[in-house]
Design a binder for this molecule. Structure first.
Ligand SMILES: [Zn+2]
Length: 637
């Protein structure tokens, strides 16, 4: 996913227990964010039969789990749930007339109960089972969700672009799947899934699975995801969606109002797949489609396999923000093919993906664009390193007793990427590329820990080419805070003229309209984000009149400009600021604006007034994050 980088800050404010306080040493590979007894049972297949009620905002139905029984003595199956109502649990009994005659399948009701809920992890669902020597157990659970389910955003017709029909989408990463499916919600368990989804006629349902854009909109859809994936990649959306093809393996789903612009913006997706295959091996997921969500989507993108979920705020009209697409596509190798085994190992997903993203962007848009984006990433990382505690600056982070959302800082992303940049530079492109391809092949469709990666790295790169990088250096990257002194940092010559223009403009020797006519988006971001100290109203007006930042139409540039407007109390941009906060729910764009507003009394008043109106339109994760920033006096339901 594309980070919501303020999550760590938010959790620091929640008064959760101090990091790893009073705990035994962390056990690598143990998922501290799941109740599932994966040593006794492992899910091997998931089948869903769900009804999506857009009016009552409830998903109800049945999940059938096939589980490999690893322990014949085990008498309890423990699953993850959060806020689910469990109506009934059944176990497939031994067939009376023989295992092959399916018509004789008998389901036996089993006792179950929900444990007392943990505020972060939810409730363990305990299902009593008799001990058995059967290698496979089949369990059927009848359940329904609450309207407040954390992974689900239910949009009323008014909150969509078309304004006529409701919309639902899910965001399961990291531990949201348990808020809409009872299951072993840990990334170390992978399973294929099938689904039947019932919903209102006229709507289209899509999933992280094989999709049929021509499916008749009669209220029933079937899906098949043949590859084994972790639970956080199970995804569903239902809306009044159109489809447009953009290449032999690619297409875009979006509401009618956005479909044409989206297809134009993402026209290079097939070329990106070809570039990825050339570098990292075959694309193993058949199709790669993009679902453009309403603007309330809290993330830049989510790498749901075969169907990335993407914010509409990357549609800028000039492909300048499609790095997000390269990122989500790159997850088809790093993250979806080889996945983190626990959230502590997230850097294996995101650091690799940021590295792959840069490689793909270089292939498609050239060295200059890719290096500018890499430098902007480094600048974000430096900002995060400045605010994070040392123990949160390490790649393999200790998340015990914490919401796993706390891991989503720039550290697993950008520091992870810099670690791979370092290995790339030290061993040389040819050796490193061969290593990467071998890595993806070796661990394909597996979930691995940091330790499995470092062992593989030692055997296949460090020891194969001795004397270049030692285990101590690897250890420093993975377990020490900050950046090692010999990190290989990205540079971009394209930012030099930008720095020079900014300095001359600040000194009053260069009028705003005299520079920037041919600058790329990334140069403008560098220009605006690097603006020091306070500016006068006259200076702000000069910039805005020359370059139209208040209504640039590029959501990233607008964010950087609005930050400046807040810092300098530039009132002419505040109407746009209000509109921006009302319309967009992407956390990386709006959290910094709320944070800066809260620094002055007038800004606080503005933030509270706008947030009270905007809050019902945000996704639950955005609400949780902005609540922690704005701390509303009363929290409307
Ligand atoms: Zn990602």
């Amino acid at each position: 996913m594309i980070p919501a980088r303020f999550a760590g800050l938010m959790l620091a404010g929640l008064g959760l227990p101090a990091l790893g306080a009073g705990l035994a040493p962390m056990e690598p590979g143990l998922d501290y964010h799941s109740f599932a007894n994966v040593d006794q049972f492992r899910t091997t297949h998931i089948a869903l039969d769900l009804r999506v009620d857009l009016e009552d905002q409830v998903i109800s139905g049945v999940v059938s789990l096939e589980l490999k029984r690893l322990d014949p003595r085990a008498t309890q199956l423990v699953l993850d749930t959060k806020g689910l109502t469990i109506n009934d649990v059944n176990q497939k009994a031994t067939d009376v007339l023989g295992a092959t005659d399916k018509s004789q399948t008998i389901w036996v009701s089993r006792p179950f109960h929900l444990e007392k809920p943990d505020p972060i992890l939810g409730s363990a669902l305990i299902i009593e089972l008799p001990p058995s020597r059967k290698p496979v157990e089949s369990i059927r659970i009848d359940y329904e969700t609450l309207p407040s389910a954390g992974a689900l955003q239910w949009l009323t017709p008014k909150q969509t672009a078309g304004r006529k029909k409701a919309f639902l989408y899910t965001q399961s990463e990291p531990i949201g799947a348990r808020t809409w499916i009872p299951l072993q919600d840990t990334p170390q368990v992978r399973a294929p899934y099938d689904a039947v989804v019932h919903t209102s006629p006229g709507m289209l349902a899509v999933m992280s699975a094989e999709n049929d854009p021509k499916a008749k909109r009669k209220g029933e859809f079937t899906f098949r995801m043949p590859q084994a994936i972790p639970s956080y990649l199970i995804a569903l959306a239902v809306g009044d969606l159109k489809f447009q093809e953009t290449g032999p393996r690619t297409g875009v789903y979006a509401e009618k109002a956005q479909i044409k612009a989206a297809a134009r913006e993402f026209a290079d997706t097939e070329s990106m797949i070809v570039a990825g295959e050339k570098l990292f091996g075959p694309y193993r997921w058949s199709r790669y489609d993009i679902l453009v969500l309403p603007p309330s989507f809290p993330l830049g993108g989510m790498e749901n396999p075969r169907l990335s979920f993407i914010t509409p705020t990357v549609i800028a009209g000039d492909k300048s923000l499609v790095g997000v697409i390269a990122h989500e596509l790159a997850h088809s190798w790093s993250g979806n093919l080889v996945s983190n085994a626990t959230w502590r190992d997230l850097w294996l997903n995101e650091g690799f993906t940021d590295y792959l993203q840069t490689r793909i962007m270089t292939q498609i848009y050239g060295e200059q664009r890719a290096s500018m984006e890499a430098v902007l990433g480094l600048e974000s990382l430096r900002a995060d390193l400045a605010r994070l505690q040392p123990q949160d600056q390490v790649l393999a982070i200790d998340l015990r007793n914490r919401d796993p959302d706390a891991v989503f800082s720039e550290v697993p992303y950008q520091k992870g990427r810099l670690f791979l940049d370092y290995l790339d530079a030290k061993f040389g492109r040819e050796r490193f590329d061969a290593f990467l391809r071998g890595y993806f092949d070796h661990f394909a469709f597996k979930s691995i820990t940091t330790e499995q990666f470092t062992d593989y790295l030692a055997q296949n790169l460090l020891d194969r080419f001795p004397g270049i990088v030692g285990r101590a250096e690897v250890d420093a990257w993975v377990h020490h805070p900050g950046l090692p002194a010999d990190a290989v940092l990205p540079v971009s010559s394209a930012f030099q003229p930008v720095d020079a223009a900014r300095a001359a403009w600040l000194a009053g020797t260069l009028p705003a309209k005299k520079f920037g006519l041919d600058w790329a988006t990334q140069q403008w971001l560098h220009f605006l984000d690097g603006m020091p100290g306070a500016l006068t109203s006259k200076q702000m007006k000069d910039l805005d009149e020359a370059h139209g930042f208040t209504r640039s139409g590029n959501a990233q540039i607008e964010r950087s400009w609005l930050k400046l407007a807040i810092r300098n109390d530039y009132q002419p941009s505040f109407a746009r600021l209000e509109e921006y906060l009302m319309n967009i729910g992407r956390r990386v764009l709006i959290e910094p604006l709320y944070t800066d507003l809260m620094k002055t009394p007038a800004g606080t008043e503005f933030a509270k007034r706008v947030y009270a109106k905007a809050r019902p339109g945000y996704h639950p994760s955005t609400v949780a994050a902005v609540d922690a920033i704005v701390k509303p006096a009363e929290t409307p339901e």
